[in-house]
Design a protein around this ligand. Structure first.
Ligand SMILES: NC(=O)C1=CN([C@@H]2O[C@H](COP(=O)(O)OP(=O)(O)OC[C@H]3O[C@@H](n4cnc5c(N)ncnc54)[C@H](O)[C@@H]3O)[C@@H](O)[C@H]2O)C=CC1
Ligand SMILES: O=C(CO)COP(=O)(O)O
Length: 333
């Protein structure tokens, strides 16, 4: 099949490579023409995963129309903040039955819409849409270190298609019908990873990290239940799996940002220096819409938002969490 991969950052590059190694012809869209040209001429992405030699079945271009024209399926790997504008542009370029897979992680600013909701509004056809998420650091997937992931879609046929396209001995792909659960876990876990990074950054220990991860799971479970996802998804690869990988791995930009922020780094400077996206920094704001809509408490998400965007001090954040009213462990789930 000919697959358009939209976004040539770390994850787009790794997924393009995975598809090409499985026999697909990949057309990779890079926002910057210089990156597309470099991939065409050297079979390496100069800015992301530059040590990985890319398959000759990957062609790159910065012209979205050229990349999308022949596509039999589309894989979206831009930052989440451009989900709607990208979907709108693609709706004019790809046919109404072309399957589309979301691989970015986040919810829409202002509306709290989940990615598949936004895509359905802009491109139509819920059954052709799917989301892929799991404990998958691009740096490891790109070099074939064993990993597993989940593809969720309202349509079993669409989930099966993407499962087939990506499955390899070193990359095990499960399917799920719970797209809502997978999308919410993907957005929420990045916020918790920032909290864990912050906690290590101020010198707290492994007990604190485990507390944040486990109570972060409670927040994810609350969100997923209220949004009528399947709470079991929180126990799976897209939930607990990705939460653990992101909170514990030094590959994680969210965790690294949290550590750096605790030591005085700003979000703008981190983004400028790394040229990488810190999805949790936006998600902590965007999830507040859902927190209000569902009348649930997301206390860790609240303090991360307070720290990054509202001038909350670390000591105030610690106290805000640890002086909450005492309650049974599984209250509100
Ligand atoms: N890196 C990873 O290991 C994984 C990343 N993801 C998700 O994939 C999505 C993309 O992240 P990465 O590939 O890691 O990117 P990255 O952080 O490695 O690089 C940023 C990418 O975003 C592009 N970009 C920046 N502003 C843009 C704009 N206005 N419009 C279009 N593109 C723009 C840059 O050109 C670059 O390709 C994020 O939602 C991330 O959470 C998901 C799983 C694993
Ligand atoms: O989603 C990821 C791993 O599954 C990547 O996490 P970071 O964006 O924190 O690097």
């Amino acid at each position: 099949m000919t697959i358009a991969v939209i976004g040539a950052g770390s994850w787009g590059t790794a997924l393009a490579q995975a598809l090409a190694k499985n026999g697909s012809q990949v057309s990779l869209w890079a926002r910057r023409a210089s990156v597309a040209r470099a991939i065409e001429s050297s079979h390496r992405n100069p800015d992301y995963l530059s040590s990985v030699e890319l398959s000759s079945s990957i062609r790159a271009s910065s012209d979205l129309a050229e990349v999308a024209r022949e596509a039999e399926a589309v894989v979206l790997v831009t930052p989440s903040k451009v989900m709607r504008s990208t979907a709108r542009e693609l709706s004019r370029l790809v046919g109404p039955d072309v399957p589309v897979l979301v691989c970015f992680k986040g919810v829409e600013e202002g509306t709290g819409c989940l990615p598949l909701e936004v895509l359905e509004q802009e491109m139509g056809g819920a059954d052709r849409l799917a989301v892929l998420s799991g404990p998958n650091h691009a740096e490891e997937v790109a070099v074939g270190i064993p990993a597993a992931t989940v593809v969720a879609s309202p349509s079993a046929q669409t989930a099966d298609l993407f499962q087939q396209l990506f499955s390899a001995p070193q990359f095990r792909v499960y399917t799920s019908s719970d797209a809502v659960g997978v999308e919410l876990c993907a957005a929420a876990k990045n916020v918790i990873a920032i909290a864990v990074g912050l906690s290590y950054g101020v010198g707290y220990g492994d007990n604190t990290a485990a507390m944040l991860i486990t109570r972060g799971m409670a927040e994810m479970s609350r969100l997923v239940s209220k949004a009528e996802g399947d709470p079991l998804t929180c126990m799976g690869l897209a939930g607990a799996g990705d939460l653990i990988a992101t909170c514990m791995s030094h590959h994680s930009r969210n965790r690294r940002f949290g550590e750096a922020f605790a030591q005085g780094m700003t979000l703008d400077r981190f983004s400028e220096e790394t040229h990488m996206v810190v999805e949790g920094a936006l998600a902590c704001r965007n999830l507040a819409v859902l927190e209000r809509r569902y009348r649930i408490e997301l206390p860790i998400t609240d303090v991360v938002r307070g720290l990054i965007w509202e001038g909350l001090a670390i000591d105030e954040a610690r106290d805000a969490l640890n002086t909450r009213s005492l309650k049974p462990e599984f209250y509100g789930i």
